[in-house]
Design a binder for this molecule. Structure first.
Ligand SMILES: Cc1ncc(COP(=O)(O)O)c(C=O)c1O
Length: 395
């Protein structure tokens, strides 16, 4: 992939920075900043409600954005509900389904807290039975562990397409089949998968797909939940308010149709336009190329971490250039701070996936280096050099 740093204002302003925290949040290209600015500067009005020309323009741009983002994940625009982020979509699905006939939800210990916490709360409230599948020593949950767990009492299967701890994924298509054969639904946490590999909601027969713009070059505060129309009617919205009803009297409310039922209140229109610009940017690069670069940078991270004497958690080799590791005797936050003093930004701690780190034997936390499209070979060399200079401090 060609060097894209010039497209990213933060990197041109701070050429010394090596940003390796993209699994947390990505940097934004100029095209995304410009799309957000254009909304406020050029039409800035409420979409779909105000019939004046500024409102109509806002509406047209918002609907084009919906088309662009849904196309990016192989879905139709009438299937995409705007959310604040992946977390909101995951909560909407977990809390919005009816568990009166089937009570079981199946997930894994490798999930992000945004999957686990809503489910643990439902379990605490006695609303669901929760089956949490254990991972193997590399953080993988093979299909053979899923098969016996999914059955006639399963309402929902929830898992990630790529993990934010190991960078490797679950076999989404096979899980959809397993779930559907048992009459259950599949919810995919695509927060890491959608930014790093081709995602096809329709082909893979996913029932619910949640993701965030900010991890894929887009703005903060906007995400999407993709749901097929047949499942939309089974989902209870989290919020009700402006825009979610067709007619309201004090005696009777007629709900709006389809996705509109879920989008309560004035929406983040600038975010939608920025999100669409991010998808367009990634599409121009090509998602196969994005994945290829992620794998390549990931393999280079492996070399550097291992030659510094580090321990990598997970099998490596995932589609994103993400590696979670520790240097023996080094406290993760100390190492993170030392790297930061050298202008290298990594994440340290539990990455909102504490059970996953416990399962991998990293109960004291770990360090995570995660790449994205703006990272270069030179960035990885800088990271590896600094790590090998720091390693002797801990020997
Ligand atoms: C795998 C995974 N799921 C869910 C989330 C939650 O995403 P957000 O904070 O954008 O809602 C994250 C964020 O790090 C993640 O990595």
């Amino acid at each position: 992939m060609k060097d894209l740093r010039a497209d990213f204002p933060l990197l041109t302003r701070h050429p010394e920075i090596v940003y390796l925290d993209s699994a947390c949040t990505s940097l934004k290209p100029q095209a995304v900043l410009e799309a957000e600015r254009a909304y406020y500067a050029e039409f800035g009005a409420c979409a779909a409600r105000s019939s004046h020309s500024l409102g109509r323009q806002a509406g047209e741009h918002a609907e084009k954005a919906r088309e662009q983002v849904s196309r990016f994940v192989g879905a139709h625009s009438h299937e995409l509900i705007w959310t604040r982020n992946a977390t909101e979509g995951l909560n909407l699905v977990a809390c919005g389904l009816d568990y009166s006939k089937r009570r079981q939800v199946v997930t894994t210990e490798m999930e992000h807290h945004s999957v686990l916490l809503p489910l643990l709360r439902l379990r605490e409230e006695g609303r669901i039975e929760l089956e949490i599948l254990p991972a193997d020593s590399e953080g993988q949950v093979p299909l053979a562990r899923w098969q016996p767990a999914i059955g006639r009492s399963t309402a929902l299967v929830v898992t990630h397409s790529l993990s934010n701890v190991t960078g490797t994924g679950q076999p989404v298509r096979e899980l959809a089949k397993l779930a559907h054969d048992a009459g259950a639904l599949l919810c995919v946490d695509g927060a890491q998968g959608v930014p790093h590999q081709r995602t096809d909601f329709g082909r893979d027969k996913i029932d619910f797909l949640c993701f965030s713009a900010h991890k894929m070059l887009g703005p903060n505060g906007i995400g999407a939940l993709v749901v097929s129309p047949s499942q939309q009617s089974r989902l209870r919205p989290l919020l009700a308010g402006g825009g979610t009803a067709r007619s309201v009297s004090l005696q009777k409310v007629e709900q709006a149709d389809g996705i509109l039922r879920f989008e309560a209140g004035i929406q983040h229109y600038a975010g939608m336009l920025g999100f669409a610009a991010a998808c367009a940017y990634l599409q121009r690069l090509g998602m196969d190329e994005v994945e290829r670069q992620g794998r390549e940078l990931g393999a280079r991270l492996d070399e550097g971490i291992l030659s510094a004497g580090g321990r990598i958690y997970g099998p490596g080799s995932g589609p994103s250039g993400l590696r979670t590791f520790n240097l023996p005797k080094a406290k993760p936050h100390d190492l993170g701070l030392l790297l930061d003093q050298r202008h290298i930004a990594v994440r340290s701690g539990y990455f909102c996936a504490q059970p996953a780190l416990n399962a991998l034997g990293a109960g004291g936390g770990a360090v995570r280096a995660s790449t994205y499209v703006y990272n270069t070979d030179g960035d990885i060399s800088r990271f590896c050099d600094e790590l090998s200079r720091l390693a002797p401090l801990y020997s």
